[in-house]
Design a protein around this ligand. Structure first.
Ligand code: GSH
Length: 318
């Protein structure tokens, strides 16, 4: 029996929205596990070995972190209706990278600042702690929004311009990861409230394109509770790893490594290196509760380091 595709996510997470729409595009049926939007997230970190970000994809005892790898894995398992069209993968990845860094940062600071009264205080506390910063004051959040509004306005025309020749999707006639990356960023701008809807006034091509993406839906899904997802992981064994293609500088396959995001929420996941190539790095770990688990990350955007005795000591003493 094919194991179920389980997405650990929460409703207002824009990166989760990226994956939900990817599953809508591919007509994938999936199970939905709702994760708390702030720490503690005991079930999620039990599955990931410490990674707290959202979304996370679970297929049996294989756990996929970060949307870039989640999309690749969904494509590998469900290749129909690709979002990596052969003639624009490079451009689509480069556009996604702009959308999810420079553009998203400005959109996020603007949207958080303009909607802060609608958001619980603990969200600000949690995200500041996640970045090792003090909780910002209300005035600081409003200032950040004011600084970033002009930057959002300076970048929105890029998107209208990408669609200027009447193309259906960002890279042409074929839907791609660039559509997903830009879509979830714009979604974030207006998902919280309609206070920023006016920022999109006059962008007619962008509005029509947004409506086409929204039409894709989220795919058929039903709820699953977190305990049931852990039971599924405990009953399964991870897939055998594909062949690795490490570089000469990389730690040996089979050695103990720690993996952390290289930007924020830099919690380490420690395990035995199982697979390493230019796309992916994965580790295996085992616990009494879940047995053997394989946790997978994209290669780019994550640091992989050998575990020293000091890191091991720190990990075991908390
Ligand atoms: N590069 C990551 C970014 C994921 C991310 O930052 N997700 C946000 C939610 S949209 C998050 O995890 N925030 C902290 C949290 O939910 O604990 C990806 O593509 O999955």
């Amino acid at each position: 029996m094919t194991p179920e595709i389980i997405l650990h996510h929460y409703d207002f997470s824009n990166y989760s929205e990226k994956v939900r729409v990817a599953m809508g595009y591919k007509s994938i049926a999936w199970k939905s596990v709702i994760v708390p939007p702030v720490l503690p997230k005991p079930a999620l970190v039990a599955l990931t070995g410490g990674y707290r970000r959202v979304p996370v994809l679970q297929i049996g005892a294989d756990i996929y972190c970060d949307t870039r790898l989640i999309l690749r894995e969904l494509e590998r398992r469900c290749p129909d209706r690709t979002y990596y069209p052969y003639d624009c993968v490079g451009a689509a990845n480069a556009i996604s990278s702009w959308a999810e860094t420079t553009f998203l940062r400005s959109v996020m600071l603007l949207a958080w600042g303009r909607n802060h009264d609608l958001m619980p205080r603990e969200l600000f506390e949690d995200r500041a702690a996640m970045r090792g910063l003090p909780t910002p004051s209300r005035a600081a959040v409003e200032h950040a929004a004011a600084r970033n509004a002009p930057l959002v306005r300076a970048q929105l025309p890029f998107i209208e311009n990408m669609l200027a020749d009447g193309r259906r999707w960002i890279c042409g006639e074929n839907f791609s990861v660039a559509d997903l990356a830009i879509y979830h960023t714009i979604w974030f701008l207006t998902d919280r409230s309609d206070r920023l809807v006016h920022e999109l006034d006059g962008y007619t091509k962008l509005a029509a394109w947004m409506a086409r993406v929204l039409d894709l839906g989220h795919g058929a899904h039903s709820e699953l509770d977190a305990a049931a997802a852990l039971t599924i992981a405990a009953a399964a064994t991870p897939d055998a790893p594909r062949d690795s293609h490490p570089h000469i500088e990389d730690p040996p396959i089979g050695s103990a490594v720690e993996i952390r995001p290289n930007d924020y929420a830099r919690d380490a996941v420690i395990g035995r290196l199982d697979l390493l190539d230019d796309d992916e790095v994965s580790v295996r770990m085992s616990s009494a509760a879940l047995g053997e688990i394989a946790v997978h990350f994209p290669r780019v955007g994550f640091d992989v380091r050998p575990v020293t005795t000091t890191t091991q000591r720190l990990a075991t003493t908390g």
